[in-house]
Write a protein of this length. Structure first.
Length: 342
């Protein structure tokens, strides 16, 4: 497909999950202009490549076949386990090839990746940005939740942090949700505060009983990368104001990746300015990682209440973790919420 102005798009065009707040458009076209973070854009998977798998707005796996047009957005990623990529200073330019950096539909320059297999990683051609009239690109910010600070709710607060990706944070979060439901609570809010958006992770929380599930897309960003970016305080403030003003029995916050990246330190500082009574659950890969995480969080002004994750996978490792850290350690994948701090 050649890149042309005003390319008409089918109403049933494939859409990635990062655009889940953007309504279905019965009549839309894209214009060959530069695109930036959050812009709703059309991309083409070239004919001379292999299929890739992304995440649909419904949460299911979505196959992109060679020649397919689909909607996604430019974004940043700094994963410690999967993919690192960014947006060029000049934005994405029509006709150029870029990479799908995350299943949710984050597209940009590929800086590097790990050897782990990734079904979404592939080159796509940027076609153009969607507009609904005028000269402004349609952006996911246009559909973000508006947060009115309102009256703060004193719901119980649990915060799940990790020393790296894939160490058991979501497992711990789901076990916590199940425990709260078993104790008689009903209105449970989950905020995936940092990292890369993923509707399938949010739906897992919904499947296990969470009433409301939110992440950075709900507040106008495809991811919370790059680390150290300006303006994150206002994004996090809006997210926290929204969650804490909801009628809830408990709020559970999971921070994606490790707690030193994805602007997690900024988020934790904004959280502490509102609530200092949250219970901290730390997921770590091994005993030394758990100890380092505990000490680093202490230096940041936070005390860990419970340790879980891969560092509790065997009795030997769990006992070593507990002895080193002086904090209760349980394997929430096996034991569920046993030992959850009240």
């Amino acid at each position: 497909m050649s890149v042309l102005d005003n390319v008409e798009l089918r109403p049933d065009i494939k859409r990635t999950s990062v655009l889940r707040r953007v309504p279905r458009l019965d009549s839309a076209s894209c214009v060959a202009v530069a695109a930036f973070e959050g812009d709703v854009c059309a991309f083409e998977l070239p004919q001379d490549t292999t299929p890739i798998i992304v995440e649909d707005v419904s949460g299911r796996s979505l196959m992109l076949a060679p020649g397919d047009l689909f909607l996604a957005t430019p974004g940043y990623r700094e994963s410690t386990r999967w993919v690192v990529g960014d947006i060029p200073t000049e934005g994405l330019l029509p006709g150029n090839l870029y990479w799908v950096l995350a299943q949710a539909g984050i597209v940009g320059n590929l800086v590097g990746d790990s050897p782990v297999s990734k079904g979404h990683l592939g080159e796509v051609r940027y076609v153009g940005a969607l507009r609904m009239g005028g000269d402004k690109n349609l952006n996911i910010r246009d559909f973000a939740l508006n947060s009115d600070p309102g009256k703060p709710d004193r719901a119980l607060l649990y915060v799940v942090l990790g020393t790296s990706a894939e160490v058991g944070k979501t497992t711990a979060g789901i076990a916590t949700i199940r425990s709260l439901l078993q104790s008689g609570m009903r209105n449970l809010v989950v905020l995936k505060a940092t990292g890369t958006s993923s509707i399938s992770e949010l739906l897992a929380y919904r499947d296990f009983g969470a009433t409301h599930v939110l992440d950075c897309v709900d507040f106008g960003l495809p991811t919370t990368y790059p680390s150290g970016r300006a303006g994150m305080e206002s994004v996090f403030d809006r997210a926290l104001d929204y969650c804490f003003s909801m009628a809830a029995d408990a709020v559970l916050i999971e921070c994606g990746g490790d707690f030193l990246g994805a602007n997690v330190p900024v988020f934790l500082e904004r959280l502490r300015s509102r609530r200092s009574d949250g219970k901290i659950i730390l997921a770590a890969s091994d005993a030394l990682g758990a100890l380092g995480g505990k000490l680093t969080l202490y230096d940041m002004g936070f005390s860990v209440d419970l340790i879980t994750g891969l560092c509790t996978d065997t009795p030997t490792l769990r006992q070593r973790t507990e002895k080193l850290c002086g904090i209760p350690a349980i394997n929430m994948a096996r034991e569920g919420s046993k030992g959850l701090p009240p």
